[in-house]
Design a protein around this ligand. Structure first.
Ligand SMILES: *[C@@H]1O[C@H](CO)[C@@H](O)[C@H](O)[C@H]1NC(C)=O
Ligand SMILES: *[C@@H]1O[C@H](CO)[C@@H](O)[C@H](O)[C@H]1NC(C)=O
Ligand SMILES: *[C@@H]1O[C@H](CO)[C@@H](O)[C@H](O)[C@H]1NC(C)=O
Ligand SMILES: *[C@@H]1O[C@H](CO)[C@@H](O)[C@H](O)[C@H]1NC(C)=O
Ligand SMILES: *[C@@H]1O[C@H](CO)[C@@H](O)[C@H](O)[C@H]1NC(C)=O
Ligand SMILES: *[C@@H]1O[C@H](CO)[C@@H](O)[C@H](O)[C@H]1NC(C)=O
Ligand SMILES: *[C@@H]1O[C@H](CO)[C@@H](O)[C@H](O)[C@H]1NC(C)=O
Ligand SMILES: *[C@@H]1O[C@H](CO)[C@@H](O)[C@H](O)[C@H]1NC(C)=O
Length: 472
């Protein structure tokens, strides 16, 4: 518990900086932030952009899991009312392209087609092919004269995306490796709209918002933890993988329901935060361990389910780099509805299984949080989201401000211990059940330690601290 004093001191020191920053800001005619309202469409969060010389209003999904801004074009043959139905697309596969979700490049005098091919792939098998170009875009009243984006003239996605990840994830990288262009987020910095390539996501379905370049402290409940973005691939067990995704590492997972705590596992595991997914993606070992811990039933139609009432009070305790959060179990389930759209009282596990070696948590998870992403610092700020209509905006000038640092040193990356699952039969972390990372290091020997004594009701940090001492 060495860090409690440090935490407190950090907190005080940062609070002072924050006040100084607030006073400085008042002299500045530029806000250095852009605050935009989002629209929740079934757990997809849409942002309105105005594109081109004729100010076409286009709504796209805010996507932390990709890096291109793109719009479906009005002549996408998947559209029911497409003007250019050249490809044979069965009526089952057609989508309803409302004019607010597509862009007509020929109506904008300022659109420049770039000549570079665009080939995007998104969760749930969505494809998006087309071409890159540039045009003016206005967002929440801020005008950007020249922005790179793609127009997809062949996509089975209703919505385009506003990709807010690292440039290395641009789809052009997949086609012509030497074409890396300025992303929308970087363009906001280059045009002097914000100071850092950073943004804060508030996905409260009642009033979702994105704040570019700043943090709204009123939307935060409790400490804002500052976490390192981690690679999803380790090379030789060291922390040298390139940062590609918006990912943080998880080092503990348990399930709590009433007085029962089921430790699911601990170690090191990358978790990608993807605001554009309305489900989650877990490797098989996690799906198995969770379904066992929660006593999920398996349906012949290939999904896990449970009586909704059994998870209503349940929480997952998840620690990211030592920062511990309770996440309602309902954030990982969806109620099955009947033909009249009425709930059946049965909930399915909203998780897809993958061979990837990282977890992906979608918008249903992020709705619980205020998430700050700073791509210059390679940091994530994570706090519980607060219900609040008022604002207290702090521009991100350097660090994610006013943050509390969890106890990284021993737990976040050192040696990158392998994530091990808790074996309920023998009350031990099981090595056989453990997930094996691309390369293992000598420090990852976590087997057969008896953790029965701590597998009780959690008392926050100390519980995690005991687990850490067992894990490292
Ligand atoms: C776009 O939306 C704005 C604000 O809602 C509105 O004023 C404008 O007329 C719209 N433009 C078009 C072309 O529909
Ligand atoms: C597009 O063409 C296919 C094949 O000719 C046809 O079955 C389909 O109905 C057409 N769609 C539209 C929107 O016209
Ligand atoms: C598409 O066509 C159908 C029938 O032809 C019509 O009812 C519908 O309003 C059209 N939708 C749009 C977005 O134009
Ligand atoms: C395409 O965009 C890139 C990046 O903005 C630019 O360097 C290049 O010149 C453009 N190519 C064409 C043909 O406009
Ligand atoms: C690039 O290609 C890889 C491998 O085919 C794929 O997993 C990834 O989704 C692609 N990236 C984009 C942005 O489409
Ligand atoms: C989109 O099209 C691709 C390629 O044809 C297909 O594999 C995928 O299942 C389609 N996805 C949806 C959601 O229709
Ligand atoms: C966002 O919504 C709030 C409350 O509905 C409203 O007061 C504000 O003007 C909106 N902001 C923008 C940029 O439209
Ligand atoms: C999409 O645009 C590209 C580049 O202009 C063109 O080669 C391709 O034929 C178009 N595809 C469709 C389906 O219109």
């Amino acid at each position: 518990m060495l860090s409690l004093n440090i935490l407190l001191n950090c907190f005080l020191a940062l609070s002072l900086n924050v006040n100084a920053a607030a006073i400085l800001k008042r002299d500045d005619d530029q806000n250095n932030y852009i605050y935009a309202n989002l629209t929740d469409s079934d757990n997809s969060f849409l942002i309105d952009l105005s594109v081109g010389s004729d100010s076409q209003n286009v709504s796209v999904i805010v996507d932390t899991g990709s890096s291109d801004l793109w719009f479906p074009s009005n002549d996408n043959p998947y559209c029911q009312n497409s003007s250019s139905n050249t490809t044979e697309i069965s009526s089952d596969d057609q989508i309803d392209c409302s004019e607010y979700y597509s862009f007509n490049p020929s109506n904008s005098d300022t659109f420049h087609k770039n000549g570079t091919e665009f080939k995007g792939e998104y969760g749930d098998d969505v494809i998006a092919d087309g071409y890159y170009g540039q045009d003016s875009i206005s967002i929440a009243g801020s005008d950007l004269p020249t922005v790179n984006f793609a127009v997809s003239n062949l996509t089975n996605s209703t919505y385009g995306h506003l990709g807010l990840g690292y440039p290395i994830m641009e789809a052009a990288e997949n086609v012509t490796s030497d074409y890396e262009y300025t992303t929308f987020l970087q363009q906001l910095v280059d045009d002097g709209k914000i100071l850092q390539p950073a943004y804060s996501l508030y996905l409260n379905p009642d009033a979702p918002k994105i704040l570019f370049g700043a943090i709204d402290k009123k939307k935060i409940n409790g400490p804002l933890y500052e976490l390192y973005i981690v690679p999803t691939q380790l090379i030789n067990g060291d922390d040298v993988g390139t940062l590609t995704n918006i990912a943080i590492s998880m080092n503990h997972l348990s399930y709590m329901n009433g007085d029962n705590t089921n430790v699911i596992g601990g170690g090191y595991y990358p978790v990608v935060l993807n605001s554009a997914l309305d489900y989650h993606v877990f490797p098989k070992d996690f799906v198995d361990a969770i379904s066992q811990s929660l006593n999920l039933e398996y349906s012949e139609e290939d999904y896990y389910y449970i009586d909704c009432s059994e998870i209503q009070e349940g929480n997952f305790l998840i620690a990211f780099q030592g920062a511990e959060f309770d996440v309602p179990a309902t954030s990982f389930f969806q109620e099955i509805v009947n033909e009249d759209n009425r709930g059946t009282g049965v909930c399915y596990f909203n998780v897809e299984q993958t061979d990837n070696e990282f977890i992906t948590m979608g918008s249903q998870f992020l709705q619980n949080f205020y998430t700050v992403v700073n791509l210059h610092q390679n940091k994530i700020g994570l706090a519980y989201a607060a219900e609040a209509n008022d604002e207290d905006i702090e521009v991100i000038e350097n660090d994610i401000g006013d943050t509390v640092y969890p106890e990284y040193d021993d737990h976040y990356g050192k040696g990158h211990s392998t994530f091990s699952f808790f074996d309920h039969e023998t009350l031990s972390f099981s090595e056989t059940a453990s997930y094996s990372a691309p390369a293992q290091t000598a420090s990852s020997t976590t087997s057969t330690r008896n953790v029965g004594a701590v597998a009780q009701k959690s008392t926050s940090l100390s519980f995690i601290a005991i687990l850490f001492s067992l894990l490292v």
